[in-house]
Design a protein around this ligand. Structure first.
Ligand code: GLN
Length: 381
């Protein structure tokens, strides 16, 4: 057998798969991996079926089904006031994670530095490393996980090529504020630094707070790849379909990588989404809908020993346990799955060098009865 030199020697199996498998094995309620456990919209399913019946079963355009890109451009104009060209500035991808990987791969040269906040989504660092670039890691400020812009300024070097943002933030539920946008602007103006903005939880933001999308700010958008996911909007994470918005010149490079990776994305789903996206209420009510779940979960969790943090958006909320146990996060997450039947994610999994603040991530994007069942068990911990 030929020997292989790993491109990602430090990487194991993603924590989401590890915890979901453990949850299955122990018949645990899975509040680990982020996915809804309730049904998606029947009408959207019917629309996919209809598209297949009508014969939309061959490759669509490599950049995505044009009517879908057109509706997205319209949605962006309505929500954020930016004039995006459907033809040159939007590409439909097999998921948000793929869009992020493709954006990084289209820009990074060996030795480039990428500023990444920690904790952060677990694909970012491997995506940078596989491109022979260097992740420059900056801790978010515990316990509210805000960005220390002084630390960011100090970390910038002539090799800094990209800064990765994620709002609403996975795993912490933190969001970017207006002052973050100002600090970002001061930092990048006049530089060669790109922005990768992971906005997959775009509509899942609570308490009527505004989503600080890069799409709102033309001067930031001109250097940004902005990545989205339909799975998060329509409760179908298994569909693996998303998109990237970027200025035409950089989108050309993005498409060079994309076309020889998967070439094009699932046709019937794009046809269905192009039609379904016209129903604005389906995404406009999402923040309030998921907020109810956050609030319900928080109310239930008052009867447990966990100290819950704030979550302003996303599917997630953190809970601290350091006052009743000094076990490492991964150990307690595994023990609670095995002994009490509830799976969570240790936040240390979102760091390259694990920092153990004794916090677990809970996914509350579940049916009320699922949350009740989980908390009934967590009360015994
Ligand atoms: N985004 C999801 C989460 O954070 C999981 C995605 C995955 O399993 N790769 O839980």
């Amino acid at each position: 057998m030929p020997s292989i030199i790993s491109k990602l020697p430090e990487v194991g199996t993603t924590i989401f798969t590890v915890m979901s498998s453990l949850a299955k094995e122990h018949n645990a309620v899975n509040l680990g991996q982020g996915f809804p456990d309730f049904d998606m919209n029947e009408e959207l399913i019917a629309k996919v079926n209809e598209a297949m019946q009508k014969g939309y079963n061959q490759y669509t355009h490599m950049n995505g089904y044009l009517p879908l890109r057109e509706v997205l451009a319209e949605k962006i104009a309505n929500l954020y006031g930016s004039n995006i060209h459907a033809d040159t500035e939007i590409t439909i991808t097999p998921g948000g994670t793929y869009a992020i990987y493709t954006a990084l791969t289209s820009v990074l040269q060996p030795g480039d530095e990428v500023i990444i906040f920690q904790p952060g989504y677990d694909s970012y660092i491997p995506n940078v490393l596989v491109n022979d670039a260097t992740p420059v890691l900056i801790p978010l400020q515990y316990p509210n996980y805000s960005i220390n812009w002084d630390a960011v300024r100090k970390a910038v070097t002539p090799r800094t090529r990209m800064i990765m943002l994620n709002s609403p933030h996975n795993p912490t539920g933190a969001i970017l504020r207006q002052q973050d946008i100002e600090a970002l602007r001061t930092l990048v103006t006049g530089t060669d630094i790109f922005i990768l903005s992971d906005e997959v939880y775009e509509h899942i933001i609570f308490d009527a707070l505004p989503h600080q999308s890069m799409l709102r700010y033309p001067d930031l958008l001109e250097r940004s790849f902005v990545c989205f996911s339909f799975g998060k909007i329509y409760h179908c994470t298994g569909w693996k379909i998303g998109y990237c918005v970027a200025p035409a010149a950089v989108m050309t490079e993005f498409r060079k990588v994309h076309q020889f990776n998967c070439f094009s994305t699932d046709t019937p789903k794009q046809v269905a989404l192009a039609s379904f996206l016209k129903q604005k209420d389906q995404y406009e009510f999402l923040g309030a809908f998921i907020q109810q779940k956050r609030d319900y979960f928080l109310r239930l969790m008052k009867d447990t020993k966990f100290n819950m943090h704030q979550s302003h958006g996303s599917y997630f909320i953190l809970g601290s346990y350091g006052h009743f146990s000094d076990e490492a996060e991964k150990d307690i997450a595994i023990r609670i799955t095995k002994d009490y039947g509830v799976a969570t994610i240790p936040v240390s999994a979102f760091y390259r060098t694990p920092i153990d603040n004794k916090v677990l991530r809970f996914c509350f994007c579940k049916k009320e009865e699922t949350l009740e069942k989980a908390v009934e068990r967590l009360m015994r911990v």
